[in-house]
Design a protein around this ligand. Structure first.
Ligand SMILES: Cc1cc2nc3c(=O)[nH]c(=O)nc-3n(C[C@H](O)[C@H](O)[C@H](O)COP(=O)(O)OP(=O)(O)OC[C@H]3O[C@@H](n4cnc5c(N)ncnc54)[C@H](O)[C@@H]3O)c2cc1C
Length: 317
């Protein structure tokens, strides 16, 4: 049974105060589906005291309605509480989309399971209202998948879609919450405080690998990043060695980034790392091994000892 009619529901990501930029990329994917379908795009803002978010959501171009579900159960975006809400709403939609962020990846598979449909994860292209492109084999191949499910539940790779513009004026409608599912409790959160831009949003990323040798040595990269206004990332080897926290990890099992400039320092360029950064506009690699595979994807390569090259680069910037 194929249902390619009806509106598209996009789940807004936010912190009850501001709309997160990843939502705008998901709206663009929704707009591509709407183009071939003619459907409306609705944004769901589920939170507590999130009126400012609903207001921002109503200004996103292409969105015709904002659904605001205000409930204490949604204050911390617990997927256990959000899933029943989205499932209830989804029955009026042909598509449910969210950004393929930690939050989206936590919520939409639950929604798909409860609706008994396939989750279509991490799409990078919209072929038509029921056919999508998504990377497989760590980004080495692109699969074109067609879904015959009545409701298509989709996460969107944010780096593959431009951010939707502002300038809309959608109506905001309140919807009833579904309350606390009682299966999970929010205990607390520890957020990394950083003056640097968020890794997935940064225009420039400076990443370090095992070649950095220690967490202390990451100061070299931080100094460069601060001069460039860049975020700092890392390979999994650097994270596993405890040099930096795991939210720095770029790659297949880390974050997917596509900045204007990616500087890889002491990173060999394993396919699992490339899967997270190879769509960057300009890639610079610094590695002492001229045979390192990172040089195959690099626009600019410097065969050098990073402990000499990075301080020189920093003082030259
Ligand atoms: C299922 C799975 C998922 C994975 N997911 C990820 C992922 O998300 N992200 C990720 O990064 N990896 C991931 N990996 C791991 C990946 O396969 C590699 O092991 C990892 O990326 C290697 O990290 P690295 O390049 O820092 O280390 P290495 O491969 O050890 O490379 C270190 C590099 O530093 C260079 N170097 C050393 N000293 C210096 C110096 N003084 N100056 C200049 N260069 C120097 C060396 O020449 C070398 O090229 C995954 C693996 C698996 C199996």
């Amino acid at each position: 049974m194929s249902n390619v009619s009806g509106a598209i529901l996009v789940i807004a990501e936010h912190d009850n105060a501001a709309l997160k930029p990843a939502t705008l990329n998901a709206v663009t994917a929704a707009a591509k589906i709407a183009n071939s379908l003619g459907g409306d795009i609705h944004l769901l803002v589920a939170g507590q005291g999130a009126e400012a978010v609903a207001d921002a959501a109503s200004k996103v171009a292409g969105v015709s309605k904002v659904l605001l579900a205000d409930d204490a159960a949604y204050a911390h975006a617990l997927p256990e509480n959000l899933a029943p809400l989205v499932v209830g709403l989804a029955k009026s939609y042909g598509h449910v989309l969210a950004a393929a962020t930690s939050e989206g990846k936590n919520l939409l598979p639950r929604v798909a399971a409860l609706l008994d449909v396939a989750a279509i994860s991490d799409i990078t292209g919209v072929v038509s209202a029921d056919t999508f492109e998504r990377p497989i084999y760590a980004g080495n191949a692109i699969a074109t998948v067609q879904s015959s499910d009545a409701i298509k539940v989709i996460t969107v790779r944010t780096t593959a879609f431009e951010a939707a513009a502002t300038g809309g004026s959608a109506a905001v409608e309140s919807v009833a919450g579904t309350g606390d599912a009682g299966s999970a409790k929010f205990v607390g959160q520890e957020l990394t405080k950083s003056e640097r831009p968020e890794l997935t949003q940064a225009k420039i990323v400076v990443s370090g690998g095992r070649g950095m040798q220690s967490g202390e040595n990451f100061k070299l990269l931080e100094a460069l990043a601060d001069k460039l206004g860049a975020a700092v990332g890392a390979s999994r080897a650097a994270v596993d060695a405890g040099f930096v926290p795991n939210d720095y990890q770029v790659g297949q099992t880390g974050k997917i980034v596509a900045p204007e400039l990616y500087i890889a320092v002491g990173i060999s360029g394993a396919i699992q790392h490339l899967a997270g950064m190879k769509d960057s506009e300009v890639i610079v690699a610094i590695n002492k091994d001229e045979e390192a595979p990172i040089f195959q994807v690099a626009d600019y390569g410097l065969v050098a000892d990073l402990f000499k090259a990075v301080p020189e680069l920093t003082s030259a910037v």
